[in-house]
Design a protein around this ligand. Structure first.
Ligand SMILES: NC(=O)NCCC(=O)O
Length: 409
């Protein structure tokens, strides 16, 4: 089928979304949703010609065991496998690592008791991680604040603050430690953190657990949104842990939580600190950010010579009480839909197809970390970055008495 001169081909049956849901088509490495046989975008208009530009395809699909597909089918979630190639080198062996990205709905309604919601999410994730283990995943990352509905739109405190847990010994961290040890898998667990040692305050945190089961450390969301219904500043402040990078057995990783993906300097600092893979666990909705989603993490992979993993939740979450966000919209009880579409981007600009916009899913991707240095050597962005010049200029620009050098006639 041709659209604006582009050749589209149907998604293989194993990757199709359910019968009642819109079908998807491939265009290069892009997956487009179809309604009535026509591509549509979230905001309900026809795609424009430049939205079909040719892009480097993901070089190969990854063979995953049949029993993994069967388990995914039984568990009612999508499973995709992809791989990126790097050139062979004489002095280094390939550094192959498999990452798993998980996107999911909240299985219970937001009104259900807190402990039941957390427990249902633990069971759901446990089942998905079992399949990830069958697929040989080395590092798995869950979505932002994965143990709870994304209730920060409400600005209410109870019961949502009750989902907060200690990053060091909360039930979710202990649960993830067991998973990590059982499957010898690094687990990235983004949670709402309650910091008992510092006045019981809350943070938006990702706990990183080694494949041994030991806690490697934690990292916090550096940029807090103040946009639309994302009223997160009511709950926590900007992270105070900087840009830590975690040395794992499978490579150096970092976590840039959700809204941080709009901040190129945030990606840059993780990369400067040595991250080879930067995970971006998110919770974002169609009307706000779907047009930005395919670009931002992918561009960050190119700009920083690293792999990036963009993860978004799926489904709609309804809250008991109406809320408004000072934007003139009528009071409402939900965010709208979280559009999933999780994907991995490589430093050469290629990317995997995205997971579904509306189903739970596991995206397994094999990376060769050698590609990071190979792209660095080709493009030299680190070498040509002129960081000392920007450091000097930025240090001046943030001073209260700064006056920008605007030259006039
Ligand atoms: N969770 C979160 O930070 N969402 C903000 C919206 C966005 O960045 O798309």
């Amino acid at each position: 089928m041709g659209v604006a001169g582009a050749v589209l081909r149907e998604v293989p049956a194993t990757r199709r979304v359910g019968r009642s849901e819109p079908h998807s088509l491939w265009q290069g490495d892009q997956v487009l949703d179809l309604r009535d046989g026509k591509p549509f975008l979230a905001w309900g208009r026809e795609p424009r010609p430049w939205e079909f530009y040719p892009v480097p395809a993901c070089s190969r699909s990854l063979d995953l065991p049949r029993r993994a597909f069967e388990a995914a089918c039984q568990g009612d979630f999508e499973l995709q496998g992809h791989g990126f190639e790097a050139a062979e080198e004489q002095m280094r062996r390939p550094q192959l690592v498999r990452v798993g990205l998980v996107q999911n709905k909240t299985p219970l309604p937001a009104e259900a008791p807190v402990v039941e919601q957390v427990s249902a999410l633990h069971r759901r994730i446990e089942a998905i991680v079992e399949v990830a283990a069958m697929c040989g995943v080395n590092i798995i990352c869950f979505q932002e604040a994965w143990t709870m509905p994304f209730a920060f739109c409400t600005r209410e405190k109870l019961p949502w603050t009750e989902f907060a847990e200690s990053a060091e010994d909360g039930i979710t961290t202990r649960f993830c430690q067991k998973l990590a040890k059982k499957h010898s898998m690094v687990v990235i667990s983004p949670i709402l953190e309650r910091d008992r040692d510092h006045g019981d305050v809350l943070w938006n945190t990702a706990v990183v657990i080694s494949n041994s089961g030991a806690i490697l450390g934690k990292t916090r969301k550096n940029h807090i949104p103040r946009v639309g219904d994302f009223n997160e500043s009511t709950y926590y402040m900007e992270g105070n842990l900087g840009h830590p990078v975690f040395q794992t057995q499978f490579g150096r990783i970092a976590v840039n939580i959700c809204y941080g993906r709009h901040h190129p300097l945030n990606w840059l600092m993780y990369s400067i600190n040595g991250a080879e893979i930067i995970f971006n666990p998110s919770a974002t909705i169609g009307t706000l950010s779907e047009s930005l989603w395919p670009i931002e993490a992918r561009n960050a992979a190119i700009a920083n010579h690293c792999f990036t993993c963009a993860i978004n939740r799926v489904g709609e979450e309804h809250f008991p009480n109406e809320f408004t966000s000072g934007d003139g919209k009528k009071a409402h009880q939900d965010f709208g839909y979280f559009y999933g579409s999780s994907y991995v981007a490589a430093p050469d600009g290629s990317r995997t197809p995205g997971l579904s916009r509306n189903r739970d899913g596991l995206l397994v991707t094999e990376l060769d970390l050698n590609l990071c240095r190979q792209m660095n050597d080709v493009w030299n962005f680190k070498m040509t970055g002129r960081y000392e010049m920007y450091a000097r200029e930025l240090a001046e620009a943030v001073k209260p008495n700064y006056s920008p050098p605007i030259l006039k006639e």
